[in-house]
Design a protein around this ligand. Structure first.
Ligand SMILES: Cc1cc2nc3c(=O)[nH]c(=O)nc-3n(C[C@H](O)[C@H](O)[C@H](O)COP(=O)(O)O)c2cc1C
Length: 183
């Protein structure tokens, strides 16, 4: 497929993660029309160290940067840990700073917490960090779509039809904004 490419990133490493389920569901919904990459190496990224970045960039980090570079848009779904971003996900974002591939990249996030004010710390941190990285935050594609474990089916995907529609709609809005930006 040679259509737009969207990079999907979950901020959770948890096996039964609701955020990762949302990401997989977006991927499944778009797969017929859009090139989709689900980023799956967050758990093996080394701890960010400026010295390592400057002297011997690990191949796994180079792959992360190439994934961002090759995408038209980035969609993130992350939980909140201790009032902010999970450390592993912040580590991923730290690796993006020096690469610059994320600069100007249309980027949005989905908040799947149970209520609209939940995970406010995570998303405010995410906004701060993404702004620092230079990502182009697409506000109207950043959306709250509440999900619970009961919204997932045995295949690990979101099964509630309204939520599935919303997940798809967020991703398409993001891609449309990315396309408009390229025009
Ligand atoms: C270490 C830890 C810290 C957490 N801190 C918060 C928090 O500050 N605010 C919050 O709303 N939820 C917090 N939670 C709950 C998670 O955000 C919640 O369980 C979320 O659904 C996990 O996402 P996942 O299902 O994608 O793994 C915390 C969970 C863990 C394990």
């Amino acid at each position: 497929m040679t259509g737009p490419l969207i990079l999907l990133v979950s901020g959770s490493l948890r096996e039964g993660s609701i955020n990762s389920a949302a990401i997989r569901t977006v991927a499944a919904q778009l797969a017929a029309d859009v090139d989709v990459t689900v980023y799956d190496e967050m758990g093996v990224l080394p701890h960010f160290t400026p010295d390592v970045e400057a002297t011997a960039l690990p191949e796994v980090v180079a792959r992360l940067r190439r994934s961002i570079e090759g995408s038209d848009a980035v969609l993130i779904c992350t939980p909140e840990y201790a009032g902010a971003l999970p450390g592993s996900f912040k580590n991923l974002l730290d690796w993006t700073v020096g690469g610059m591939e994320i600069v100007g990249k249309p980027t949005a996030w989905i908040n799947v917490s149970a209520n609209a004010t939940g995970a406010a710390g995570a998303h405010s941190s995410l906004e701060t960090v993404l702004t620092y990285t230079g990502a182009d935050i697409i506000d109207d594609a950043c959306r709250h779509i509440p999900l619970a474990a009961s919204d997932l089916s045995a295949d690990g995907l979101v099964s509630t039809p309204d939520a599935v529609d919303e997940l798809r709609s967020v991703a398409l809005t993001l891609l449309e904004r990315a396309r408009q930006k390229q025009d």
